[in-house]
Design a protein around this ligand. Structure first.
Ligand SMILES: Nc1ncnc2c1ncn2[C@@H]1O[C@H](COP(=O)(O)OP(=O)(O)OP(=O)(O)O)[C@@H](O)[C@H]1O
Length: 376
């Protein structure tokens, strides 16, 4: 039986006397040592990341928290989600849960727990089930394309996200809308030591079957791709995990209703970015004495053009020269061309991410009427 009497220290920091930074931190520490990771400060919940699995989340607990108001039970993220859900249903007021903290603080996990809570407490007629499934799968996709391993966090979100869920009069989710800030594109072509690129690159190389790899003209070897080079001494997700996650990502695409052509197109863009990143430029001198450059591994360029459906001459010119006036081109140095290559990689990835979000939003748009008469 859960009760506030069993709590360690002060379950609400406003009860601390005196309330100073030291007593506040001391209280969090005292509670954390006994696995009480949640503490209130008024109606704000402070969560300390335990970095280990705790028996704090279950269907039974969801049921307990959904029935009781906040401050009647120990502090919990379920209490925050439950209050928002109750206020939404009982008072018909829009609710917003803001999750904030430094990288690795547990924001993604907290948002996932809130979503799981909403999935468990809402109805289960088939349309609602479908919408709930889509909301969960949208999250899986966003993590594959927008998250990466960093020194601080194996699954760090590299973009800001706001998920808007619309509920019907019965409290069932009927539509969703995602707003995002683009992922930090610089990561696509430059990694800090110990960091990885976005998960999807590794997932694709580990999880794609031979046939898909062949179609994408890829090698199943992370070491082969310049943009994936990182400090290998750091702990990393194993190939097996990437392989497993690729299955989840692919099935998320399917459940969300992306068709086969869309899925192949998405993986093609990933393959193009990987292969573009491998292009090497060597300096050369033009007849007029100016510096230019040539692509030393042209076979990669041919394969990229095949995947892009672009003409080889066109892409070569785009990467090694720039237009200074209408119709007048000037050659780029090898250094400038490598910058142009990196820009193209980043732009392609960023546009793919925006396209994915737009597609997800189309899929999450309300599909059935939400008025009382129209809900089966
Ligand atoms: N409540 C929790 N219980 C157990 N482990 C947790 C909890 N919250 C977070 N973690 C662990 O900490 C890791 C980092 O958490 P999370 O990815 O949610 O951080 P974040 O704040 O979203 O970071 P970023 O801003 O870098 O995306 C998770 O992969 C998970 O292993």
């Amino acid at each position: 039986m859960l009760s506030l009497e069993q709590e360690v220290g002060a379950w609400d920091s406003v009860l601390l006397e005196p309330l100073t930074e030291d007593t506040f931190i001391g209280n969090l520490q005292q509670r954390f040592k006994r696995d009480h990771i949640y503490t209130y400060i008024g109606n704000v919940l402070v969560s300390v990341n335990p970095y280990k699995k705790l028996a704090l989340y279950s269907t039974d607990l969801v049921e307990t928290y959904v029935k009781r108001g906040p401050f009647q039970l120990p502090p919990h993220i379920y209490a925050i989600a439950g209050s928002a859900y109750r206020w939404l249903n009982d008072r018909n007021e829009d609710q917003c849960i803001i999750v904030t903290g430094e990288s690795g603080a547990g924001k993604t996990e907290a948002a996932r727990i809130v979503l799981q809570f909403l999935v468990l407490v809402s109805g289960d007629i088939s349309e609602v089930k479908l919408m709930k499934d889509r909301l969960v799968q949208a999250n899986t996709l966003l993590e594959a394309f927008g998250n990466a391993r960093t020194m601080k966090n194996d699954n760090a979100s590299r973009f800001g996200k706001f998920l808007d869920i619309e509920f019907d009069y019965k409290g069932d989710p009927v539509s969703g809308h995602l707003t995002h800030s683009p992922p930090f594109q610089a990561r696509v072509t430059s990694l800090s030591p110990g960091d990885r690129n976005f998960h999807i690159f590794y997932q694709l190389l580990s999880g794609a079957d031979i046939h898909l790899l062949k179609c994408l003209k890829l090698q199943r070897n992370v070491e082969h791709y310049t943009i994936l080079q990182t400090n290998r001494n750091q702990p990393t997700l194993t190939d097996d995990e990437d392989k497993k996650l690729f299955v989840y990502t692919k099935s998320a695409l399917e459940i969300l209703g992306f068709n086969v052509e869309d899925i192949v197109d998405i993986f093609q863009v990933i393959a193009i970015v990987l292969k573009l990143g491998n292009l090497q430029f060597v300096p050369c001198n033009n007849i007029d004495g100016t510096e230019g450059c040539a692509i030393s591994n042209e076979y990669e360029l041919f394969e990229i053009c095949e995947l892009l459906g672009a003409e080889h001459r066109w892409l070569q010119r785009a990467l090694t020269s720039r237009q200074i006036e209408d119709g007048i081109l000037t050659d780029l140095s090898a250094y400038e061309a490598s910058k142009a290559r990196d820009n193209l990689c980043r732009t392609l990835y960023s546009r793919l991410f925006t396209w994915l979000i737009n597609k997800i939003n189309e899929i999450l748009k309300v599909r059935f009427n939400i008025g009382p008469k129209n809900v089966k």
